[in-house]
Design a protein. Structure first.
Length: 751
C-alpha cells in the first residue's frame, strides 16, 4: 500500500479519493431522501456539492501540473513538452484517456448542480440515477489514476501528437464531452420516472435538457467535421470513422427523442417509446466509449485510443446500465399509460412518427456499420464497412426525410385532405422544381439524385414558408423546430453536391512551369517557403482560372520537429459556389544551382547519376581530417562516407566523401573528384537511420527542378453543409429557450 501511495502525486490523487467518498455519501443521501426525509435531502445536496468540488480541484491540479510542465507525473510527461505553447499545453489535459475521462466527469458533475434544481419533486431519484452514471467515470479514474508519478523526472516530455496540434483541439473535445455528459440527463429522468412509477411528467423537465444536449453534441460534430476538412488534408469532413460515428449515433437518437417528447407533450403519445429511446441514447454513449477506448478497433480507426486495460470495466459499466434499463423497461413499461395512435394517413402525428422511424433506422444502420469489426471478428479476416456502404444505405433514407419534411408543415393533427395539401404545397414544389432544374443543368443526371434534390428543395421551401408565417404571427421563437428543418434541407443539398459531385485530380508540378488542371484551372508551383517563426514551412502555388480569378495557395508540408512525422495541411479557398481544396502529397526539392544530381542513400544502397553508378558502402569513422581544411574555431569533427563509383562499364573506384563540422556549428563539405570527371560532396548526414545526402556536379546533366505533387479538389456548394447545420443549431437554440421558459412556468405553478 505504501509503495502504491509513493507512486501517486498526492494533491491530485487525494481529490479522486475524496470525490469517491462524497459521491457515495450523496448517493446514499438521495436514495434515503426518496421517502421524503428533508434532512437527508439536505445531506445529499451537501454531499454532491463536495463531490463536485473534489472533481473541480482534481481538474485544477492536473491543469496546473500541465502548465508547470511537471514531468514527474506520467500523464504530463506523455502528453506535454517544453516546446508546446500555452494553449496546446492546456489541450494536453484531454489528449489522453485519463485526462479525457476527467474532463468528461468534470462537466458531468457541473451539469448536475443545475440539474438538481430543475428536477423538482423527482430530485432524489433523478440525482441518484445521475450519480450512478458519474460513478462509471469516477471508478475508472480511481483505478487508472491520472496522477501516477515516474520513478525519475525526465528533462522533457514526449509532447502532443502532431495531428492534435491544432487550434480546434483546444475547443472541440471539451464541447464533445459536454454533449456526452448531457446524454445521461434524459436517461436519469426516464429511469427515475420508471423507478418512481410516475411517468406522466418527466418529459416536461427533461425536454430542455435533451434539446441542450442535442445542441452541444451537434456543435461538436460540426467542429469535428470542419477541423478534419480544414486541417487534415484528406479532402472530406466526414469519413464514417468509428470515432466519428460514436458521436453521431447519440445525436441521431437525441433527434428521435426530441420529436418523441414533442408528441408526448402535445398529444400524450409516444410515452413508452420515449422511455426506450432515452435509455438507448445513454447506452449508445457507453457503447461508443467501449468501441473507441477498449482497443477493439485499434486496427480499424486511426482515432481509436489504445487499451488502458479497462476493457472489462467498460463492459461492466455498459452491462450494468443495460441490465438496469432492461429491468425497468420490462417491469414498468407495460403499465405506462399512453394514448393510442389513431391518426389518419395525411396527418402531422403520423408524419412525425414516420420521421422518427427513419432517423432511428439511420442510427441502427450506423451502429451496425460501426460494429462490423466486432461482428466479423470470429472470421479469418475481420472487416469494416467503408464510406460507400454508409452513403448507399443512407440515400433512400435521405429521400424519405426530404419527403416527410416537405409534407409535415402543411399537415394538421386531425388530418389534411389530399387536395388541400397539394394546394398548400404548390409554392414549395415550384421552388423545388426550379432548384432541380438548376441541378440538372449543372450536371446532376442520376434519377435518384434528381429526386433527392427535388425533395430536399421542397423541404427547405416548405419549412421556410412556415417559419415566415409563424414569425409574422407570434415571433420567431415559436418557429424553432421549423427553422431547424430548414437547416436540414440546406444540409441535404450541400452533402449531395459536395460529396457526389466534387472533382478531384492528382497533379505533379515542376517549379515555375504552369500546368492546366481541368478545363479552366492553371496551377504554377512558384516556390518553397522555409519556416519563419511560428509559420510552418509551406509551398506557394499560383492558381488561375480562365475567367481571371487568381490567388496564391499556401498548402503546408513540413516535418514535425519532435516526432519527425511528415505533416500536411491543405489550402482551402472558399468561394460563393465552391471550395478549391489543394492538399500536398509529395515534395521533391530538386537540385540547387551548380548541382547536377542530389540523392539520399542508406548503407548498401545504389543509385545512378548520368552514366555513373554510385553505391554508399558505409560510414568511415577513421581520422580522415585534412589540417588545411581546419575550421576557425577548432573542435573539428570529421565523418567520412565510403563510396564505390563506377563510370559506364569501367571498374568500381573507391572514394571517401567528407563531412566536417565544429562545435560552433560551422560545416565544410569538401568535394571529391570522380572517375571520368565531375565532383561529389556529402552535404548531409543522418547517422541514426544510416543515410547520407550526396551532391554530384560537373558531369554535364541537366539539373532537375523542384517538383510538387498535389491533390486538387473542387467541392461545389460545400458551404451549404456548414450553413445548414448552423441553421439547425439556431432552430434548436430557439426551441430550447422556449422549453426552458415552459419548464419555469411549471415550476412556478407547482411551487
Amino acid at each position: 500500500m505504501l509503495d502504491s501511495l509513493s507512486q501517486l502525486y498526492l494533491p491530485g490523487a487525494v481529490t479522486m479519493w475524496c470525490a469517491l467518498f462524497f459521491g457515495l455519501a450523496a448517493f446514499y443521501g438521495y436514495t434515503r431522501a426518496r421517502h421524503g426525509d428533508h434532512d437527508t435531502l439536505a445531506f445529499a445536496r451537501r454531499g454532491y456539492l463536495f463531490f463536485t468540488l473534489s472533481i473541480v480541484l482534481g481538474s485544477l491540479v492536473l491543469a496546473l501540473c500541465l502548465m508547470r510542465r511537471d514531468f514527474r507525473i506520467e500523464y504530463v510527461y506523455q502528453y506535454s513538452g517544453l516546446d508546446l505553447p500555452f494553449h496546446f499545453q492546456l489541450a494536453a489535459f484531454w489528449a489522453g484517456q485519463k485526462g479525457s475521462f476527467l474532463i468528461w466527469l468534470l462537466f458531468g458533475v457541473l451539469l448536475g448542480v443545475p440539474l438538481s434544481r430543475s428536477a423538482g419533486r423527482a430530485e432524489p431519484t433523478v440525482m441518484a440515477v445521475y450519480i450512478l452514471t458519474l460513478f462509471g467515470l469516477l471508478f475508472i479514474l480511481v483505478r487508472e489514476n491520472p496522477f501516477v508519478m515516474l520513478a525519475e523526472t525526465p528533462v522533457d516530455g514526449t509532447g502532443l501528437n502532431p495531428l492534435l496540434q491544432d487550434d480546434w483541439m483546444v475547443i472541440h473535445p471539451p464541447v464533445m464531452f459536454i454533449g456526452y455528459a448531457a446524454g445521461a440527463i434524459p436517461f436519469a429522468f426516464a429511469a427515475a420516472a420508471m423507478w418512481r412509477r410516475d411517468t406522466s411528467t418527466w418529459v416536461n423537465r427533461a425536454f430542455p435538457w435533451t434539446l441542450g444536449g442535442f445542441l452541444v453534441l451537434g456543435t461538436a460534430i460540426l467542429m469535428g467535421g470542419y477541423w478534419a476538412y480544414k486541417t487534415l488534408g484528406w479532402g472530406g469532413y466526414w469519413g464514417w470513422d468509428p470515432v466519428e460515428n460514436a458521436s453521431l449515433i447519440p445525436w441521431l437518437l437525441g433527434t428521435v427523442l426530441i420529436h418523441g417528447m414533442y408528441l408526448e407533450r402535445t398529444k400524450g403519445r409516444y410515452r413508452r417509446a420515449n422511455l426506450v429511446i432515452a435509455c438507448l441514447l445513454y447506452l449508445s454513449v457507453l457503447y461508443g466509449t467501449f468501441l473507441t477506448r477498449s482497443g477493439v478497433l485499434a486496427d480499424f480507426s486511426v482515432h481509436s485510443f489504445v487499451d488502458l486495460g479497462i476493457s472489462r470495466f467498460l463492459l461492466l459499466w455498459m452491462g450494468f446500465f443495460l441490465f438496469a434499463s432492461l429491468y425497468l423497461l420490462v417491469t414498468r413499461l407495460s403499465k405506462v399509460e399512453t394514448n393510442t395512435n389513431e391518426d389518419p394517413l395525411l396527418s402531422r402525428g403520423l408524419g412525425l412518427v414516420l420521421s422518427t422511424v427513419v432517423v432511428t433506422v439511420s442510427a441502427v444502420l450506423v451502429t451496425v456499420g460501426t460494429s462490423a469489426p466486432l461482428l466479423t471478428r470470429f472470421q479469418e479476416n475481420p472487416a469494416q464497412v467503408g464510406p460507400e456502404w454508409y452513403n448507399k444505405v443512407h440515400l433512400p433514407l435521405a429521400i424519405l426525410v426530404g419527403l416527410l419534411l416537405a409534407l409535415i408543415p402543411f399537415l394538421t393533427w386531425k388530418g389534411t385532405p389530399a387536395s388541400e395539401l397539394l394546394r398548400k404545397l404548390v409554392p414549395s414544389l415550384g421552388v423545388a422544381l426550379a432548384i432541380t432544374a438548376v441541378a440538372a443543368i449543372s450536371g446532376v443526371e442520376q434519377p435518384f439524385h434528381l429526386l433527392y434534390v427535388f425533395l430536399a428543395g421542397a423541404a427547405l421551401a416548405a419549412n421556410l414558408q412556415k417559419v415566415i408565417t409563424m414569425a409574422r404571427a407570434g415571433g420567431l421563437a415559436n418557429a424553432g423546430g421549423y427553422l431547424a428543418h430548414v437547416g436540414v434541407g440546406i444540409m441535404l443539398l450541400g452533402v449531395l453536391a459536395s460529396s457526389a459531385y466534387d472533382q478531384s485530380a492528382k497533379v505533379t508540378l515542376e517549379q515555375g512551369v504552369p500546368r492546366q488542371v481541368g478545363d479552366d484551372l492553371t496551377l504554377t508551383f512558384e516556390r518553397y517557403v522555409p519556416r519563419q517563426g511560428r509559420e510552418k514551412e509551406h509551398m506557394e502555388v499560383r492558381v488561375a482560372r480562365d475567367d481571371g480569378f487568381t490567388y496564391l495557395a499556401r498548402p503546408k508540408f513540413f516535418l514535425n520537429d519532435r516526432s519527425r512525422q511528415l505533416m500536411v495541411n491543405p489550402d482551402v479557398k472558399n468561394t460563393l459556389l465552391r471550395d478549391f481544396y489543394i492538399s500536398p502529397i509529395q515534395y521533391e526539392p530538386g537540385q540547387p544551382p551548380g548541382v547536377d544530381h542530389r540523392m539520399q542513400l542508406g548503407r548498401g544502397e545504389t543509385t545512378t547519376a548520368g552514366d555513373l553508378t554510385i553505391r554508399f558502402v558505409d560510414f568511415n569513422l577513421s581520422d580522415t581530417g585534412d589540417p588545411q581544411l581546419a575550421l576557425a574555431d577548432g573542435g573539428l569533427v570529421t565523418l567520412g562516407a565510403d563510396l564505390e563509383v563506377r563510370s559506364g562499364d569501367g571498374e568500381a573506384v573507391s572514394v571517401t566523401a567528407l563531412y566536417r563540422f565544429s562545435s560552433g556549428g560551422q560545416v565544410q563539405t569538401p568535394p571529391v573528384e570522380l572517375p571520368g570527371g565531375g565532383m561529389i560532396a556529402m552535404t548531409g548526414i543522418n547517422p541514426g537511420v544510416g543515410k547520407v545526402q550526396l551532391d554530384v556536379a560537373g558531369i554535364g546533366s541537366v539539373p532537375q527542378k523542384a517538383r510538387l505533387s498535389l491533390d486538387v479538389t473542387r467541392k461545389p456548394l460545400i458551404k451549404m453543409v456548414w450553413y445548414g447545420l448552423y441553421v439547425v443549431l439556431a432552430g434548436g437554440l430557439l426551441s430550447t429557450w422556449k422549453r426552458y421558459k415552459t419548464a419555469r412556468l411549471i415550476d412556478a405553478k407547482t411551487a
